[in-house]
Write a protein that binds this ligand. Structure first.
Ligand SMILES: Cc1cc2nc3c(=O)[nH]c(=O)nc-3n(C[C@H](O)[C@H](O)[C@H](O)COP(=O)(O)OP(=O)(O)OC[C@H]3O[C@@H](n4cnc5c(N)ncnc54)[C@H](O)[C@@H]3O)c2cc1C
Length: 477
């Protein structure tokens, strides 16, 4: 295994392990080889198996312990990579320069729900779905909803500004964050924001830390905004003849229809057909150009039904091949199962992979992108399938070699393909990542961000972390 540590950093020696155990207790630190491997991976495909390895894993249980570990690491120049559940898709939790993997899994308490202020305060290691469930128990909605909600942690969601299925109506994770407690790389603790809904006292550092991929601070407490819980939800499965008609439909619903759906999810023909094969199931209209899942929610059935009818009419006018309306829990689960299986099929698939993308384009440019995509992929002898959060213009694109033979240099093919693809995305006003983060795709940021922008990011990083010990090697470094 290549040693990615550089002379800027010190190794985790036996003495360091003893010092860390003094801070965290003997069960709070591990250098067990199997754990080191497990805590050095996330869910990025292809996996970084064996490429980068943490030298120790720390399991703090409190802000104070995080603070002491960070101070120790900073004083001793040891890199620290914060870690949630390790479901990230950009290598954010991968310890690029070795050192300490800082696992937040023992900071897993929901601390408070405040009904008067409609807030929930939580530690970072709580599974997102637990938060949703807890809020629901109080008749309130936590509207952050990544598809990985059953497995990811809220701290990871904040660090990645995770998106998901409800962004078009409710916004990504950051839209729900009112306050943060965070430990800076030198161990000092800051409290930002709070339960108040307005705050212009000083710079908006919450927005800076949200989505900073664990490079600026370790988030140790989060105050989330909750909303009234919608009483009725309806899902529609809408096969459309072409991708173009599917994308036109998104704009038509929100403008002519006057409705902002909770979700508009999209699966192209190849994604649907892959699921049919993978799950041995038959999906109606599986030869349609694309299928959309449109979810609407509301407080009363009558006005929701008016919206459903209006959206249904617009779907028909835009050429929908059918509009299936799922009202009860079972029917709705069946609709969303297809969407979940699309991601699962890819994850378990055995085909050699060129690239997995998380590009985002203004909704009005998506049709143009899909006109360019076949030419680009053909030029690089690639095939693809696409799905994602089309309501936000966020496309998950997976590219495979048309025919891979042993000895093919897939890395070189992926590199030239990505560069051409990214140029096209940039020309359409899009960018590299909508929700998964930059992480280890940092070499491509220069395609999307100006030199001045990158220089500013580096200065911000240096202001927070002058010794560059917190998640080094990510975003633009
Ligand atoms: C099946 C599947 C579906 C997914 N669907 C979505 C989706 O719909 N939308 C979406 O946005 N993402 C999705 N993801 C990606 C992933 O789940 C999210 O990025 C999620 O937010 C990562 O959370 P995590 O706890 O696993 O974080 P990790 O992977 O452990 O870490 C992610 C980043 O956060 C940093 N970090 C973690 N905790 C902290 C902390 N307390 N303080 C500071 N930094 C921290 C890490 O250093 C790293 O940079 C999906 C992943 C999978 C496997």
């Amino acid at each position: 295994m290549a040693d990615k540590r550089t002379s800027a950093y010190n190794p985790v020696t036996g003495e360091v392990l003893t010092d860390l155990a003094r801070i965290l207790g003997p069960s709070g630190v591990s250098s067990d080889p199997e754990k080191r491997t497990a805590y050095s991976l996330d869910d990025t495909l292809p996996r970084f198996e064996g490429e980068y390895l943490a030298e120790a894993i720390c399991f703090p249980e409190s802000t104070e312990q995080v603070s002491r570990v960070m101070k120790y690491a900073n004083d001793n120049r040891i890199p620290v990579t914060p870690r949630g559940a390790g479901t990230g898709l950009s290598g954010g939790a991968v310890p690029f320069r070795g050192g300490i993997a800082l696992a937040t899994e023992r900071m897993n308490n929901i601390l408070e729900i405040d009904m008067a202020n409609r807030t929930l305060t939580t530690e970072p290691g709580v599974v997102t779905a637990e938060i949703t469930k807890f809020a629901k128990g109080a008749n309130l909605l936590y509207a952050g909803d990544p598809c990985s909600g059953d497995i990811s942690f809220i701290g990871g969601n904040v660090a990645e500004n995770a998106g998901g299925n409800k962004v078009i109506k409710y916004g990504a994770t950051g839209a729900h964050v009112l306050g943060l407690e965070a430990v800076l790389p030198d161990g000092s603790v800051v409290t930002l924001g709070g339960k108040r809904r307005k705050d212009v006292t000083g710079y908006d550092l919450i927005r800076l830390i949200v989505g900073s991929e664990g490079t600026l601070a370790v988030v140790t407490k989060i105050i989330l905004n909750l909303l009234p819980l919608p009483k009725c939800v309806t899902d529609m499965l809408v096969p459309m003849p072409t991708i173009e008609s599917a994308t036109n439909l998104v704009s038509a619903i929100t403008t002519m229809g006057g409705v902002i759906p909770t979700s508009v999810e999209f699966m192209d023909r190849k994604s649907i057909q892959n699921v049919e094969e993978y799950a041995s199931m038959s999906i109606p209209f599986s030869d349609a150009g694309a299928q959309l899942i449109i979810q609407l929610d509301g407080m009363d059935r009558k006005s929701l039904w008016n919206d459903v009818e209006r959206v249904g009419d617009i779907c028909a006018a835009e050429g929908a091949l059918e509009v299936f309306v799922a009202e009860d829990r079972n029917a709705r689960d069946r609709v969303w199962r297809i969407r979940r299986l699309v991601a699962e099929e890819e994850w378990t698939g055995s085909m050699p992979l060129l690239s997995k993308e998380d590009i985002v384009i203004p909704v009005g440019g998506i049709s143009d992108f899909f006109k360019l995509l076949p030419e680009i992929s053909q030029r690089h002898r690639a095939i693809y399938n696409a799905y994602g959060h089309i309501g936000d213009g966020n496309i998950h694109l997976t590219l495979f070699p048309e025919a891979a033979e042993s000895g093919d240099d897939l890395a070189a093919s992926a590199e030239s393909l990505r560069r051409e693809l990214y140029e096209a995305v940039r020309e359409l006003g899009g960018t590299l990542s909508g929700e998964h983060g930059v992480g280890l795709k940092k070499k491509y940021t220069g395609i999307f961000l100006s030199k001045a922008h990158i220089a500013l990011i580096k200065r911000v990083k240096a202001a927070f972390d002058p010794n560059n010990i917190l998640n080094p090697g990510k975003i633009v470094e």
